[in-house]
Design a protein around this ligand. Sequence first.
Ligand SMILES: C[S@@+](CC[C@H](N)C(=O)[O-])C[C@H]1O[C@@H](n2cnc3c(N)ncnc32)[C@H](O)[C@@H]1O
Length: 285
Amino acid sequence: MDFTKLAEQIKTVGFENYLGRYVPTKTRDKLLEMNAYDIEKLYNKIFPGIVNAEGETEWDMMWLYYRAAWYDLFTELDLPLDMNIYEIATGDTICVPQALDIYSAGHGKYVTLNLNKELSLSFTTKTKDMAIYIRLIEDNGTNILNYYDDGTFNVVAFQHAINDIVQTIVSDAVGIDTLNTNWWETEPQMLRAVYSSFKEGKLKGIAYDPFINIIKVCYKSLKNGGYMIFNNFTRRANYEELGYSSKFHSNYINMARDWIAEANLGLEEIEIDGYDKKWWMVLRK
Ligand SMILES: C[S@@+](CC[C@H](N)C(=O)[O-])C[C@H]1O[C@@H](n2cnc3c(N)ncnc32)[C@H](O)[C@@H]1O
């Protein structure tokens, strides 16, 4: 979804009751006071692929973008209200269940497999009052078929998750614990481990097989005609300060696209207006 469409939706009567529902009141009031042109201009400034958001309002706007984009995709792909979504590597990010809650008027079902213990607990706390069915399973996403049959889900969601999956694979390989530690304290170490393996030409050797295995399992878990949807924006322009690389991070969708194409699984990429292929990828089974 592009920012022109998002700004128009923010200015649509009834915004408060659908897309605006999870926007904190202060930010919602600010957006309602602005005109569509200024909202679009601000989005272009804070979120041109690499996030430049500063302060509460701008971060709230970024989460609104994600929620609105998922909602918009459900609409564009004409998904049923009682759809099943499987999200992998959610941490405590809740924009996908929020979008499903708004879209499905309480009828959707949402399952996530997530590893880090603190983030799983935080996810459960944040989603406890939502109307849709939500189940979090503390397990590796590759094990989804231990819990659900083949062909269960309409959508498998990778909300900013390719990097988390690759970071976890590389961390396992080099002995960094990502399950029982604070994710954010450990992350700089993970980022450096991923980037070192990339610079040494070892990343694909370490990560390709386990990553493609996850994609294969997700493929099986999808209904025929179902979608695997990925986004991977870059949260900081200055990752170099951490011994990491914003340029490397900004290539995650392309890297996953190449790896998935090489695996030749029979997934078809769908192009949707307003979804830049550098940051989004929509694949149909
Ligand atoms: C920072 S959070 C992710 C948040 C969300 N994807 C986002 O960026 O908005 C990272 C989470 O991904 C989880 N994770 C990484 N690889 C995973 C896998 N293969 N299966 C399940 N969870 C995984 C980690 O354990 C952690 O809880």
